[in-house]
Write a new protein. Sequence first.
Length: 100
Amino acid sequence: MARITKSELIKLQKKLQTDAKIGEEFGITRQAVHQLRKKYGIESVIAKNDERNQKIVKAYEGGASGTALSKKFDLSVSQTYRIINETKKSSKKKSAKKKK
């Protein structure tokens, strides 16, 4: 396994975002990077997506355009609309379960 320290992994995660990209940088698999994150107790960047997605939906419902949000959050326009649609659907399912 590659010799990556905890501090290096944190820096790489901020810069490269995904385990796959970090793995490419060091010539190891994304699974090996995942194991290192688990070993060091570092949360995945993806874990913060729910918070980001809620912000996107709230801003969209507040009148922001999908294009503007895609630029703000550094996403593609199609990915932004997918997030909006999927987050709305999951919110409806959660509220329907609460009513039962």
